[in-house]
Design a protein. Structure first.
Length: 278
């Protein structure tokens, strides 16, 4: 067995395909790697409450969520990076002026804008079939997330996602907020440049990997990160081995040290096998 490694896995497009089905043999890869003494964590743009039980049931050592906003290790919240109150207020006011629907991600909740459910209803309806009970449950959770009401707090918010109807939405948000915030697109595949996410500069998956590795005393050269999206670029850059999924776009592949198979072809298992984790 190789020396113990610290491994980070994105969810959407890596553990799950974009129809919310598991990548082939991903659970086997995680179980075997952990049995061999390696430490495997989720590293996702999802908020903690958006990571479903069926994903947790695979069995992980920890979770980096909200794109680096929160880090949990062995059941303990060990790091939290949230936006200042005035920054959250700025986001809400900007979205309102430009008629952009949004969510605000906190540790224990996700707060949607009032019109988000109506905007997303056609997409949810198109995806509502679901092949299994677990997939249908995930879609029901998604509908619930989009339809909650009530004012969002200004404290405890780590990240925002935004949902527009025009392909120019990303450019509008980037140009309007980019002087203070980090704005990316491509994280919600069915929206394209009509959607994306907003964080503070320096709050990202890569920064949280560095922070956790230091906390655990693990050199970065013993870390592996696997992902496919634009919010994975920083983590692929800091990891000792950054691995892009075969379904990743060109910018993500360019940031990686190597490329594995696609999510549909068992890319996670193939990468684990290549590096002797299984």
């Amino acid at each position: 067995m190789t020396a113990s490694r610290l491994v980070f896995l994105d969810i959407d497009g890596t553990i799950l395909d974009h129809d919310q089905r598991f990548s082939p043999r991903v659970a086997e890869a995680v179980h075997t790697a952990r049995g061999n003494g390696h430490v495997v964590l989720i590293c996702s743009g999802r908020s903690p409450v958006e990571i479903s039980h069926r994903i947790h049931a695979i069995g992980f050592d920890g979770v980096i969520s909200a794109g680096g906003g929160f880090t949990e290790f062995q059941g303990e919240l060990v790091a939290s990076h949230t936006l200042p109150e005035d920054a959250v207020q700025q986001l809400i006011e900007f979205y309102s002026r430009h008629e952009v629907e949004f969510t605000l991600q906190a540790f224990e909740n996700v707060y949607p804008s009032a019109g988000l459910f109506d905007r997303m209803r056609p997409i949810l309806h198109a995806r509502a079939g679901g092949d299994t009970e677990a997939e249908r449950a995930d879609l029901a959770r998604l509908a619930d997330r989009f339809s909650r009401s009530g004012a969002a707090p200004l404290t405890g918010i780590a990240k925002s996602t935004f949902f527009g109807v025009e392909a120019t939405t990303y450019a509008t948000v980037r140009d309007g907020l980019g002087d203070r915030f980090h704005v990316i697109t491509g994280t919600v595949p069915y929206l394209g440049e009509a959607g994306g996410e907003v964080t503070y500069p320096g709050i990202d998956k890569g920064a949280s990997i560095v922070e956790l590795a230091e906390r655990l005393g693990v050199p970065l050269e013993r870390t592996i990160a696997i992902g496919d999206g634009s919010n994975d670029i920083e983590m692929l850059g800091v990891a000792g081995v950054g691995i892009a999924m075969g379904n990743a776009d060109a910018a993500v592949k360019a940031a990686a040290d190597e490329i594995t198979a696609s999510v549909d072809d068992g890319g996670v298992y193939a990468a684990f096998a290549r590096h002797g984790l299984v």
